[in-house]
Design a protein around this ligand. Structure first.
Ligand code: PLP
Length: 453
């Protein structure tokens, strides 16, 4: 079989446009899609994919696009990475499902061993596996409530934790995640987030003032002894790639420890090498009680986990956790392949390298285009926040236009942010340096074209 008949690392690593984007075959498929797929399921870039690997995605019309999205921070090891394909493929041929709760298999245990080893802290750890990030977050809250015998859950402005009922309640942003979908789960309390770019007294005061506000609000409005868990993304994802300044996370974690509150780091987007460490909390030496993982964990196969202190994880009674598909054997095999790839290719270092290339280049662009108000991020989780020049007023319209212009030129970029004014970049960690630079050239070209600089 020719290399071209498959995706994966053998796919030619190039941007190649042979039609307009989307091309005629994609447009035809999009019409079919619109007739039968619910409107609520949206599309960022309507090209229909036939192959993907390394740093590129190939569509039905034969266009090869540079991937700065990784299917939302999932394919960190690249699409169809060799070790993922080999292990999952082999598992597919042996058996596809037994249900781990009925008759178990080794790969589930092996994934939990890896999670225990790789997550921060040297205390005894246990894990439970699920299918999606939202399911992991829901279960982390169940476990924390069971352990503490308390009910309240504290979350943050701009936070995103999923689309199920409890995780919609935990999520900050109304449109599109929550609007019209209530009533939401009770006992969820939202606190201010340390958002340096928008902190009223300036970024230098942000960590300390935000932590003080959070702690005071928990004490005065909820009561620390009522709080089962604090759930926080160490760098917020959908909410705008908001990186709290140094000191904020450790202060919140300490407060949790002092008050018997389970500190849950939602590392679903940040985890598994994305930010240049295996987990983003490592940057400040924070050791969470529980960590939720999903996206980057299994090289594109659906798998999620809750990992944490054994005594907390064991608080839920037998039969209280699980699910028919949770920790599916093919997904577990994929995860073992993805983790093998991350270790073997030192993908934390690859993520740091991506940041070292992207951040200076984007900072240069910020000096040139006053519409770029902020450049931020760590490792290969990088964003620019777009504003009306000379202000901090969000410019969501320009953000959308820039993203569209990049798409038209064959670069997949995503937007995010409470105000819809953040362009975010999440390239696969195995992307080549030439593609990374070419993608940045296209982004700069889009700013040139749309800001008339
Ligand atoms: C994507 C995401 C989730 C939800 O994961 P799903 O697999 O889409 O359910 C939860 N938390 C964070 C931080 C995420 O980025």
């Amino acid at each position: 079989m020719s290399a071209l008949s498959h995706g994966g690392p053998t796919l030619p690593q190039e941007r190649r446009l042979v039609t307009e984007i989307p091309g005629p075959l994609s447009r035809e498929l999009f019409e079919r899609r619109n007739a039968v797929v619910a409107n609520g399921v949206s599309t960022t870039l309507p090209v229909f994919v036939t192959q993907a690997g390394g740093g590129v995605v190939v569509d039905v019309d034969g266009n090869s696009l540079i991937d700065f999205g990784s299917g939302i921070a999932v394919t960190s090891v690249g699409n169809s990475a060799e070790a993922v394909v080999n292990r999952a493929g082999e598992q597919l041929r042996r058996f596809t499902h037994t249900c781990f709760m009925v008759t178990p298999y080794e790969s589930y245990v092996a994934v939990c061993e890896q999670l225990a080893e790789l997550t921060p802290g040297d205390h005894p750890k246990k894990s439970a596996l699920f299918n999606s990030g939202a399911e992991a977050v829901e279960n982390a809250v169940k476990i924390a409530r069971s352990y503490t015998k308390r009910q309240a859950v504290v979350v943050f402005d701009h936070g995103y934790h999923g689309r199920t009922n409890l995780t919609m309640a935990l999520t900050a942003k109304n449109m599109p995640y929550k609007d019209g979908f209530g009533p939401f789960a009770p006992e969820v309390y939202r606190m201010p987030m340390a958002y340096p770019f928008h902190w009223p007294t300036g970024p230098e005061n942000c960590a300390e003032e935000a932590a003080a506000q959070v702690i005071s609000q928990i004490e005065k409005q909820v009561g620390a002894t009522n709080v089962a868990a604090v759930v926080i993304e160490p760098i917020q994802g959908e909410g705008g790639f908001i990186e709290p300044p140094l000191g904020f996370l450790p202060r919140i974690a300490e407060f949790c420890t002092a008050n018997g509150i389970v500190f849950i780091a939602d590392e679903i987007q940040t985890g598994f090498c994305r930010t240049g460490d295996w987990f983003a909390v490592e940057h400040e030496g924070v050791v969470p009680d529980l960590i939720t993982t999903a996206k980057g964990l299994a090289g594109g196969l659906p798998l999620a986990g809750v990992t944490g202190r054994a005594e907390i994880m064991d608080a839920a009674h037998a039969g209280g956790l699980g699910g028919t598909y949770g920790g599916n054997p093919v997904a577990c095999a994929g995860a073992l392949g993805a983790i093998e790839t991350m270790r073997g290719q030192d993908l934390p270092a690859a993520a740091r390298r991506i940041g070292e290339i992207m951040l200076p280049r984007l900072n240069k662009m910020a000096a040139r285009f006053p519409q770029i108000g902020d450049v931020r991020g760590r490792g290969a989780m990088i964003a620019v926040e777009l504003v009306k020049p000379g202000t901090k007023e969000p410019d969501a319209a320009l953000t959308g236009q820039i993203a569209k212009a990049c798409h038209a030129q064959g670069v997949i970029v995503l937007t995010c942010g409470t105000y819809g004014n953040v362009l975010r970049f999440l390239p696969p960690l195995v992307i080549g340096e030439d593609l990374l630079t070419e993608g940045l050239d296209v982004i700069e070209g889009a700013f040139e074209q749309l800001t008339a600089a």
